[in-house]
Design a protein around this ligand. Structure first.
Ligand SMILES: Cc1cc2nc3c(=O)[nH]c(=O)nc-3n(C[C@H](O)[C@H](O)[C@H](O)COP(=O)(O)OP(=O)(O)OC[C@H]3O[C@@H](n4cnc5c(N)ncnc54)[C@H](O)[C@@H]3O)c2cc1C
Length: 305
């Protein structure tokens, strides 16, 4: 544990019940594997989050924002600082533009989609069935079936490393495939608080039908039921990571409890009791063997802390 008793006391005063120490992060990541965090804080107001970040920066304590851990793995050695998960989950209509929705980063994607459907706002249906929060989805530029969240984003607000408010509008970030670059900011040093999406008016029943259709398409892909972080590797330009892994004959390959899924080659699954080291060793083995066979290096989509 890297936090001194005095620092733990200060953090308890800042966060009250909303902080835990020496937290098993396997319980908070969909891979159900990984090490412990010195602390996991879940501030539920902007003021609390801002005071917390100012304190951590002032004390030189490492911190990082996380969502629901559906694209995340904490190394077995643990995270030597405070992981922050913003608990604000509110959705509200934009003040001036009725086609806009403002959503707090702790809102689950499913919650945002339900709100948009009830408001009669269409655009984001392709995200139906993707786990995780809005914060994680913005950071990852989550997407499916040819759509990406960034196509609908019009503003983002953050808390910066000194606890300050930062607001960016479209044009001030660069969205890419499963990535979002903030030219003036480092994602490792900010907490995304809120996103504004701009959608189009639509009929609530048709929006519901489209979401159902996307969920059905997702089910038809037969994604593995074992714990995973979804697609483990990014697709290389013009190809599919799963195709290359299958071509290399790696389906079913395992390191300890970590296994390349037999159902979907781009899923590394936890087949029971996998450690983060086993998952990382399997990732490296896949990278090595696919590169030897195809000359292509597979970049992980999963973020490893
Ligand atoms: C079964 C399954 C299927 C999936 N299918 C898809 C899919 O079709 N398409 C797709 O794009 N993804 C998919 N994913 C991956 C994952 O669901 C998305 O990447 C999701 O958006 C991550 O959200 P999260 O809240 O879990 O983020 P986390 O995994 O907790 O974090 C991901 C990254 O975002 C950062 N982050 C999270 N919240 C914040 C914040 N508030 N401020 C700053 N940084 C933050 C973290 O530091 C980390 O770097 C799938 C995952 C699973 C398990």
């Amino acid at each position: 544990m890297v936090l001194s008793p005095g620092q733990q006391q200060d953090l308890r005063s800042l966060c009250g019940e909303r902080i835990g120490f020496d937290v098993d992060m396997a319980r908070h990541c969909t891979l159900r594997a990984g090490g412990r965090a010195a602390a996991l804080a879940e501030p539920d107001s902007v003021e609390q989050a801002s005071r917390l970040i100012r304190y951590l920066s002032g004390q030189d304590i490492a911190w990082r924002s996380i969502g629901r851990g559906s694209n995340l793995l904490v190394r077995d050695a643990g995270y030597p600082g405070v992981l922050i998960r913003f608990a604000g989950r509110g959705c509200r209509p934009g003040e001036t533009d009725p086609d806009q929705v403002k959503v707090e980063s702790g809102c689950m994607l499913a919650g945002l989609l339900g709100f948009c459907q009830r408001q009669g706002l269409t655009g984001l249906e392709f995200l139906a069935g993707i786990p995780g929060t809005v914060g994680g989805a913005v950071r990852m530029n989550a997407g499916a079936f040819g759509g990406e969240l960034s196509d609908y984003l019009s503003a983002l607000s953050f808390i910066g490393p000194e606890g300050e408010d930062i607001r960016l509008t479209a044009g001030q970030w660069q969205a890419g495939y499963r990535t979002m670059t903030l030219p003036s900011l480092d994602w490792g040093r900010v907490l995304l608080l809120e996103a504004t999406v701009t959608l189009s008016p639509g009929k609530t029943d048709e929006i519901m039908q489209r979401m159902d259709a996307y969920r059905q398409r997702r089910r038809a892909l037969r994604q593995p039921a074992l714990p995973s972080a979804g697609s483990f590797f990014k697709n290389p330009p013009g190809d599919f990571a799963g195709r290359l892994i299958e071509l290399t004959g790696l389906k079913g390959m395992r390191v300890g409890g970590a296994m390349v899924s037999g159902e979907h080659a781009n899923f590394i699954v936890n087949d029971g009791g996998a450690s983060a080291s086993e998952i990382i060793a399997l990732m490296e083995l896949v990278q090595e063997k696919v590169a030897a066979r195809t000359g292509i290096f597979l970049e992980p989509e999963v973020h490893i802390l």
